[in-house]
Structure formats: C-alpha cells, structure tokens
Write a protein that binds this ligand. Structure first.
Ligand SMILES: Cc1cc2nc3c(=O)[nH]c(=O)nc-3n(C[C@H](O)[C@H](O)[C@H](O)COP(=O)(O)OP(=O)(O)OC[C@H]3O[C@@H](n4cnc5c(N)ncnc54)[C@H](O)[C@@H]3O)c2cc1C
Length: 386
C-alpha cells in the first residue's frame, strides 16, 4: 500500500492537512499516505458555528475538495478508512484494507464529543457538531430540503464556546433557542463574571432562553416533539437537541498501541510521543510545550504543525507557543479571550469598558476584549506576559 519510507498521517482535519502543507514547503518528494475516517475534504471547522448566518450549506463550507488536496500536496489519500490498530514494533498501521508500513507516523486524530449519560427513548436523536459530516446531519434536520422550512425549537446542552456560538447563530436565523448548563452563566470557565453577564444579556436580547444550574436528565420522543426533562424537574419541548458539552482528546488508538496518553497523546517539544518515530499534533495531543495541556484551537494547531513539519524534514526546532488569543464568534457580543495558564495567581480587573485584564500584581497575564474593543487584540497581546 505504501513504500516503507512513507510518512503515514492518521486524520484529515486541520492538524493533519496543515502538517502536510507545511511539510511540503520543505520536502516535495517523500511519500505521504493519509488515512482518514472522513472523506478528506479540507474545510475550516470554526465556520460550522456561524454557517447559518452566513447562509452557507455544508457543501459550500468545503474550501478544497479531498482529491484536489491529495493532488496538489502529493498525498496518497485513503478516505473513509479508519486505522484500526498500530504496531509500533513492526512500524505498521492496520485498516480494513490491509497493513501499511510507515517510517514516521503522525497521529492527528482530533477529539470526540463527550457523551453524557442520559435517560429516555430519544437519546440517540441528540446531535453534536464536531465535523463537516456532523454539520451536514444537523443542517438537514434543522432545515430539511425546503428553503422555507418552519423555524425550529433547538435545545443546546452546554453554554461553553461552541454552545454559545451555535446559540447566537441559531437565534440570529430565527430559531427558538434554549441553553441548559450546570454553571451559573455562559462561558463561566473562560470569562470574568461581568463579561459573561453581558454576553448572556446580549444573547437574551436575541431571544435565547437559559436554564442554568441544572442539566438535561432525559429526552423522550412524544409525537413530533422531543420532551426534555431537566434535573430540576422542568420539562421543555424541542424539535432538536444539540449537545455542546465539550470534547475529549481521542486517544483510544494510541493508548491501545502502548503510546503514553494523559489528557491527550503526550507529545514532547518536538511533537514526539514516547514511541520512536510516532508523533502527535492537534486536538488529540497533550503538549509538553503547554505543561501537558491540550489546546483545541486553530492557532496552536498551526504552530504545532509547523514545528512538526520541520522535525519530519530534518530541521527540528522545539515548539514554543506564543500567546494565542481565541476569537469567540458571537457577533451579537464579539469576544477575544487570552487566558492565563491554569493556576496563575492573580485576578480579573476591569481596565475600561470592554477590556478586562488578568493581573498578577502589576503584571498582565491575560485579557478579555468585547464588542468594539476586540480590535485591540494586538495591543493587549503585547502588554501580556504569558
Ligand atoms: C463548531 C466548532 C467551532 C470552532 N470554532 C473555533 C474558533 O472559532 N477558533 C478556534 O481557534 N478553534 C475553533 N474550534 C476548534 C478547532 O476547529 C479545532 O481545534 C480543530 O479543527 C481540530 O482539528 P484536528 O485536526 O486536531 O481534529 P479533527 O478536525 O477532529 O480531525 C481529526 C481527524 O482524525 C480522523 N480520525 C480520527 N480517528 C481516526 C482513525 N482511527 N483512523 C483514521 N482517521 C481518524 C478524523 O476522521 C478526522 O479527519 C471550533 C471547533 C468546533 C467544533
């Protein structure tokens, strides 16, 4: 299936394809074989949570089709071909199509949506969106084939980044939105309390209804509607339930192969795992360069993929993450967030309207910008010592 000197990459998400693109800038000829459970199309995953407002269909979100990516990047792509196991002693991967040798192996297997243990006869109908294929199912269930389909009642589980972005997108396009979360406010883990309250107020202004301090207990189909029972006893109806309760690094394949995994596949500053010639990058990775944290965002992936490409091309340089602010796509109340590392001493201080700084004495360790202040990302980044 491939020459023994091939680099084998598992995963065709941003991490897999960016590693390929960066590597091809340094090395045009080493054979690359990519296996993916997806169809291999290249798309920007962040666009999934504002595609409705942008009036883009799943097909329109593909930026480069798989065949074009494979051709331009000189990659042998095996789409819809999950890797079942890795033999690190023999240096092979096994799929349903056979056994493929590798010289170097890159794990870019991403993360999986966390599935909460729920009761009821309609649990299988809960949707989540962590890929273009997931979004296609969501889009179809939301809008069907008719352009003038009636607007739906959507219940979102989770008021984190993805839950809030979908709440904004759905409410802005005329759907009725309820959000359920155990925490007392949206984005409670990321934002200072007053920023979170302002986000809540802005989304409420779009019609979003909140159920805080509780969780979904059971989901049952009753005729055309889903009956959702919350832990506090409330019962609400919905046409669709979208789970956005968080992602967990997908480590099953690596773990079964004896590769060390903690919160993700453990990768050192050159993206190497504990097993020789096996590397990891993307949402499935716990980075030594980030004190063993996973960093499930675009900017860290771009940075890590560039480092990994250099390592694979024989130009190793240790991965150092710069400050990487994340833009939150809630257009009704846009936010940019640069969090301090967990455990950093200090507290949030409101510096001026729409600017919060995380201060450790006089030293700024993070910031949150909202509304028109989001354009001050570069200035605030310069003031921040990570
Ligand atoms: C709705 C949404 C909005 C987001 N918005 C933002 C944003 O605004 N800003 C930001 O910075 N980040 C955002 N993110 C996060 C960002 O999109 C992700 O960090 C990034 O896309 C992850 O890329 P990845 O390649 O690591 O993982 P994935 O995209 O999950 O790719 C993993 C790949 O591995 C393949 N795979 C897994 N197991 C196997 C196997 N055994 N065999 C073969 N293939 C396998 C899968 O098929 C897939 O191709 C968002 C995420 C979501 C879901």
């Amino acid at each position: 299936m491939s020459a023994p000197s091939s680099i084998v990459i598992i995963g065709s998400g941003l991490a897999g394809w960016t590693t390929v693109r960066e590597f091809r800038k340094l090395d045009k000829t080493t054979p690359i074989v990519m296996f993916t459970t997806d169809n291999g199309d290249f798309y920007a995953k962040p666009s999934l949570s504002n595609a409705l407002s942008d009036q883009r269909s799943p097909a329109q979100l593909v930026t480069t089709p798989a065949a074009k990516m494979a051709e331009t990047q000189n990659v042998t792509l095996h789409a819809h071909t999950p890797v079942r196991s890795i033999d690190t002693a023999a240096k092979t991967v096994t799929t349903d199509a056979g056994v493929t040798p590798y010289s170097r192996l890159v794990l870019a297997t991403g993360a999986q949506q966390i599935k909460l243990p729920l009761q009821g006869n309609a649990v299988a109908e809960v949707l989540s969106v962590n890929s273009l294929a997931d979004f296609a199912v969501f889009h179809e269930r939301l809008l069907g084939a008719a352009a003038d389909a009636p607007k739906k009642h959507v219940l979102i589980m989770g008021a984190g980044l993805i839950g809030c972005e979908f709440a904004n997108d759905l409410a802005a396009t005329g759907h009725t939105v309820r959000v359920v979360d155990l925490s007392p406010r949206p984005l409670a883990a990321l934002l200072p309390a007053d920023a979170s309250e302002q986000l809540q107020a802005a989304l409420s202004g779009l019609g979003v209804q909140w159920h805080f301090g509780t969780s979904v207990q059971s989901i049952d189909r009753e005729g055309a509607a889903l009956q959702v029972t919350l832990a506090n006893g409330d019962k609400v109806q919905a046409d669709l339930v979208l789970s956005a309760v968080g992602l967990r690094a997908d480590t099953a394949l690596a773990h079964a192969a004896g590769i060390t995994c903690e919160r993700g596949v453990l990768a050192d500053e050159l993206l190497q795992t504990n097993v020789v010639d096996v590397y990891s990058v993307g949402d499935g990775t716990a980075y030594a360069s980030a004190q063993g944290r996973t960093l499930p965002y675009v900017m860290p992936i771009m940075q890590a993929a560039r480092t990994l490409a250099g390592v694979l091309a024989g130009q190793p340089k240790p991965l150092v993450f710069p400050l990487m602010p994340v833009g939150i796509k809630t257009p009704i109340y846009p936010l940019v967030v640069a969090l301090p590392a967990p455990g950093t001493p200090g507290a949030w201080v409101l510096a001026e309207e729409g600017v919060w700084q995380f201060k450790d004495g006089e030293v700024q360790r993070g910031f949150v910008l909202s509304g028109a202040q989001t354009k001050r990302r570069a200035e605030q980044s310069q003031l921040t010592q990570a």
